[in-house]
Design a protein around this ligand. Structure first.
Ligand SMILES: Nc1ncnc2c1ncn2[C@@H]1O[C@H](COP(=O)(O)OP(=O)(O)OP(=O)(O)O)[C@@H](O)[C@H]1O
Ligand SMILES: [Mg+2]
Length: 267
């Protein structure tokens, strides 16, 4: 599904957000992307969904070379690879249904997509209800988004991605601003999409404990580099040291480099 080799991204201001990444994700996998702020998580997810282009290296997503896709082919790829942004924006006064329908904007040409938003067809409404069912929000369909809780709004954002009928779901810190119970619910929902619908799911997270508890594969980024790729168990062990560290530097475990402020003793 995803194959990256020597993948690098440098922004116009000279920031090296990703460096020489090698990554392979198979169909139906579920992985958590961990790393401190600025590690390159959002950059990687945006590259994977074709919103950014690599500076160098190879990146194939669903069999397409991301750096050469344009126009309709790129739009079609972006439909198949849904991206749920870090700060999702529900429109407060619009109903849940209409917020979810907005996930179709950009896939249809402008006029039809606006008509679709105002007068959705039966088929379109059915898609919306399927998506709302998947995130347990059918009972809130008619409510304006502003009365939903933070976690429910988070789920609207997921439903908005689901009506694209994607094969890959990329969620950028979907549980950043909710309490632990809600965060667990949202993660379980993503796990369910993975296990029942076979979607490939990649989720960036700050909460290491959630990643270790729920995800079979952890991909760790630190300063734009891949520092860990494997099962959660090995990440817990204390003797994994970050590669390429300068002599004399205080040695840090990979775990510590992924999550500098976490008291690892609590794991
Ligand atoms: N459009 C941009 N132009 C210039 N630099 C950028 C741009 N987007 C990101 N960066 C820089 O690239 C690096 C990686 O950013 P990125 O947003 O991918 O990090 P992140 O791991 O998602 O962090 P966070 O956990 O805070 O969301 C950072 O140093 C950031 O400042
Ligand atoms: Mg980010």
């Amino acid at each position: 599904m995803i194959q990256a080799e020597g993948l690098s991204k440098e922004f116009a201001n000279g920031v090296q957000a990703l460096q020489q990444l090698r990554l392979s994700i198979r169909e139906g996998e579920m992985a958590a992307l961990l790393g401190p702020s600025g590690a390159g998580k959002t950059t990687l997810l945006r590259l994977l969904n074709g919103a950014l282009r690599p500076t160098s290296g190879q990146l194939a997503v669903l069999g397409h070379d991301i750096s050469t896709l344009n126009g309709r082919d790129l739009r079609e790829l972006r439909r198949r690879v849904a991206f749920i942004p870090q700060s999702f924006h529900v429109v407060p006064r619009l109903s849940t249904i209409h917020n979810v329908l907005m996930g179709r904007l950009g896939q249809l040409p402008t006029i039809p997509s606006l008509v679709n938003l105002i007068h959705p067809s039966k088929a379109e409404l059915l898609r919306v209800f399927h998506a709302l069912e998947a995130v347990d929000l059918v009972d809130k369909a008619e409510e304006p988004a502003e009365v939903l809780s933070g976690g429910q709004q988070q789920r609207v954002a997921i439903a908005r991605a689901l009506i694209q009928e994607p094969e890959i779901v990329l969620a950028d810190e979907p549980v950043a601003s909710v309490d632990i119970a809600t965060a667990t619910d949202v993660i379980n929902m993503l796990l369910r999409l993975n296990s029942t619908q076979g979607m490939t799911v990649l989720v960036s997270l700050h909460q290491v404990h959630l990643a270790l508890k729920h995800f079979p594969r952890i991909i760790g980024l630190s300063q734009g580099r891949l520092v860990y790729d494997g099962p959660p168990d090995e990440l817990r062990t204390k003797d994994l040291y970050q590669q390429g560290e300068d002599e004399g530097d205080e040695k840090r475990t990979v775990f510590e480099s992924l999550y500098p402020n976490h008291p690892s003793t609590t794991l």
